[in-house]
Write a protein that binds this ligand. Structure first.
Ligand code: ZN
Length: 280
């Protein structure tokens, strides 16, 4: 779960671009003009609530939806932000991620923009940049059907959550061949209980354990020739030291990546670097 910087532009710029690109005869031009000031104010309200992790208590604003309903806002989003005059902002949002990867799974590339609070229910925030999060196609597909009812069920928010201070992702290695790696959220992590539950919700819903397991299997396949050579020429302790160093390097870069969890599991498994390596 990769934290990303909040967008450096605001909804007012998007609204002005949309409004100026509508023809005079289009009723959406006047409606959007009427709602502009209120939508700008609501951006601040939403930002403050998110800063306090109160994503789920944002109230929809009647004075906006009585003029512009969710279908009209969705139409503006599709026709102006996704495929029209304001596309520039959409592309900038897609470029804001770390290593060009989806902030939710940390693996796949960005294909879409997700409304953290869905535009079908929160028309007021349909064009608001801090509610628009770059995401891969698979995560977006799964996320769309998720409706949180408690704080613990709210998914990771890449603009407002930073779950990288504490370590919470761990892996374990099977004591059999072929090697099986299992990833999970550590129940004993020092991260606070509410956040840990939200991490678990995101981890389970997006099936991150399976995504990481598949990546880990490929990594083991890629590395085994090199590991076996170290073992054959310098022995198990040399291999142990190498795995420790690899784990440390990965942890320095990203504490909760599957790579860090994998190498920590391998480097703390004497059975792996003493025994299993012989038959890998
Ligand atoms: Zn993803």
């Amino acid at each position: 779960m990769l934290t990303i910087n909040k967008p450096s532009f605001f909804v007012e710029e998007i609204l002005e671009t949309c409004i100026s690109s509508f023809r005079e005869s289009n009723p959406l031009k006047e409606k959007l003009n009427q709602c502009k000031e209120k939508i700008v104010l609501e951006e601040n309200t939403y930002n403050e609530l998110c800063g306090e992790k109160k994503f789920h208590v944002y109230p929809e604003v009647e004075s906006i939806i009585s003029i512009l309903d969710s279908k009209e806002m969705a139409k503006i989003y599709d026709e102006k932000l996704v495929g029209g005059a304001a596309r520039y902002f959409y592309d900038r949002l897609k470029l804001s991620v770390v290593d060009e990867k989806c902030p939710f799974c940390g693996q796949k590339n960005i294909k879409e923009i997700d409304h953290f609070l869905p535009k079908e229910k929160y028309a007021t925030l349909a064009l608001t940049p801090i509610n628009l999060i770059p995401i891969c196609k698979d995560c977006n597909f799964i996320k769309k059907s998720h409706v949180p009812s408690t704080y613990e069920e709210i998914l990771f928010n890449p603009y407002f959550d930073d779950f990288n201070e504490e370590k919470w992702l761990v892996a374990s290695i099977s004591k059999s061949l072929p090697v099986r790696v299992k990833f999970k959220v550590n129940e004993d992590s020092t991260i606070n209980e509410n956040d840990r539950k939200r991490i678990e919700t995101t981890f389970n819903l997006l099936d991150l354990g399976q995504i990481y397991r598949i990546e880990a299997n490929t990594e083991i396949g890629n590395m085994k020739f090199s590991w076996k050579r170290v073992y054959a020429s310098k022995g198990s302790e040399a291999l142990h030291q190498r795995l420790l160093e690899d784990a440390e390097s990965r942890k320095e870069y990203r504490k909760n990546s599957w790579q860090t969890a994998l190498y920590e599991a391998l480097s703390t498994s004497p059975w792996f670097y003493n025994e299993l390596i012989k038959n890998l």
